[in-house]
Design a binder for this molecule. Structure first.
Ligand SMILES: *[C@@H]1O[C@H](CO)[C@@H](O)[C@H](O)[C@H]1NC(C)=O
Length: 465
């Protein structure tokens, strides 16, 4: 019986976007699917395959049917896909570069002894639509951001912006979402150089067979149905994926970070990390450091090597460390974020509101100070602060360029304080954390959605037997 179900299990081909913020949730999804008995092929460029070694090792150890498929990445020629210009945004350049994987992916799929059951590709890989079509395999898109953001984005595309100068209310939302001109223009990719890619991406969403989202019903319930209706196709809420990720909990075992956190009291430490892409100039770095110091709260702050490249920035940081011995710990470079988040000593998180970070925090019941920088982060902040009630904005104005030490100290004190409002925020977040854990275990909504997803594609698999 068991053997038979393995034979019948669905085979998913996952196509992540390069870049940590996209590859990590996709490889978590790969483990999630494989952990439930599916066969998973996780597609990678040669460089990305090297970075996925940890996932491959874990899969082998857990005896999952998960393989990393390294595709050749043909060198660029002049025939770069639509939209290419000389002075192109580096993200757009990356997105367009990946169009070159279409040929190798198609060749790989054609060469398989049996067609896979389904392709799940990052929404930023619209070129997979043509591949799926020509091979005759259903395709779901995986969108990294929250459903709240994704729904706003879809509605803006559908109804247009209109001519609102100072502020703009996103149409078709079940709640009022009013945006300033600045946050509007950095939230949606609307500049001319993005136009063609965005069109391609939307078309690929329109022609997909459904969407896979890293969220859970109890968190974004009121937006899931609207998103499903707007897309006109199933939305599989399978998250939080991070609750499946065990890698860095292992890495941190008995590390210096754990030793430091172990000495701190319950829920007293504020964790500070702005994700893989934000690079603070020294001036802003100093404001963050002084703000944390001035808050008087214990802090665990992750600073990137690139942010302290200048000798004066290094000196400044060393001086801060000397002054705050006993209060703070500065980590340079990488941090085992999930292990930190799940440590009992951590009681708050200063975040740029990238969806992975925000969801990881909520899933561990840790409330946030929100400091969005770009893209979906502004709307994720709104979700955290206004809708979920688990966040304190770093500035009331939402202008991240104008953040000074006073803002940081005030927001951190407010988040970590003992007033009734702070207490209520903590209670709410803890409740979401419990719901997140309940969603992914047997009987939970994400677990059920995954069961149905597996069944859907198992059936179509059977037909070919
Ligand atoms: C996900 O689960 C919820 C609750 O069990 C259900 O209402 C919804 O239809 C499921 N979604 C899909 C796409 O099956």
């Amino acid at each position: 019986m068991a053997e038979r179900s393995i034979i019948l299990a669905a085979h998913f081909v996952l196509v992540p976007l390069i870049g940590q913020g996209h590859t990590i949730p996709m490889s978590d999804l790969a483990c999630l699917l494989a952990g439930r008995g599916a066969r998973v092929s996780l597609v990678a460029t040669p460089a990305n395959a090297a970075r996925l070694q940890g996932v491959a090792d874990m899969a082998r150890r857990d005896m999952l049917r998960l393989e990393i498929v390294e595709l050749p990445f043909p060198p660029a020629d002049d025939g770069l896909p639509p939209g290419s210009t000389a002075s192109i945004d580096s993200f757009l350049r990356l997105f367009l570069d990946l169009y070159r994987l279409a040929g190798p992916l198609e060749a790989y799929l054609q060469a398989l002894p049996r067609r896979p059951s389904c392709i799940i590709s990052d929404a930023c890989n619209p070129w997979t639509a043509g591949v799926a079509r020509s091979v005759g395999v259903p395709r779901l898109f995986f969108h990294v951001p929250s459903i709240f953001y994704s729904l706003c984005d879809l509605n803006v595309a559908k109804y247009g912006k209109g001519d609102h100068d100072a502020s703009y209310v996103v149409p078709g939302m079940p709640v009022r979402v009013e945006m300033t001109k600045e946050t509007w223009s950095s939230s949606f990719f609307t500049t001319p150089e993005w136009e063609e890619f965005t069109k391609d991406a939307r078309e690929a969403m329109r022609t997909a067979d459904g969407a896979v989202m890293n969220t859970f019903l109890d968190l974004e319930q009121q937006f899931v149905a609207s998103y499903e209706a707007a897309l006109g196709k199933p939305v599989w809420a399978l998250g939080p994926f991070c609750l499946r990720n065990r890698q860095d909990e292992e890495a941190v075992h008995q590390s210096a970070v754990t030793a430091w956190l172990d000495k701190m009291d319950q829920s007293t430490v504020i964790y500070v990390n702005f994700g893989s892409l934000v690079r603070m100039p020294p001036k802003q770095l100093y404001e963050v450091g002084h703000g944390l110091e001035d808050s008087g709260k214990p802090f665990l702050w992750v600073v990137k090597e690139s942010e302290t490249a200048l000798p004066e920035a290094q000196e400044w940081l060393q001086a801060l460390e000397a002054r705050t011995i006993g209060q703070g710990l500065v980590l340079r470079g990488w941090a085992p974020q999930l292990a930190i988040m799940s440590h009992r000593a951590v009681g708050g998180f200063v975040t740029h509101c990238g969806w992975n970070s925000l969801l990881e925090s909520v899933a561990h019941g840790v409330p946030v100070v929100t400091w969005p920088h770009s893209g979906d982060q502004f709307l994720n902040e709104r979700l955290a602060v206004e809708i979920l009630g688990v966040g304190v904005p770093v500035t009331p104005s939402g202008n991240d360029k104008a953040v000074v030490r006073g803002h940081i100290a005030r927001a951190v004190s407010e988040l970590m304080g003992d007033g009734a409002v702070a207490e209520e925020r903590r209670t709410k977040c803890k409740d979401y954390g419990e719901k997140a854990h309940a969603a992914v275990v047997e009987g939970g909504s994400s677990h059920q959605n995954l069961t149905r997803l597996l069944q859907t594609f198992m059936r179509s698999d059977n037909k070919e037997l």
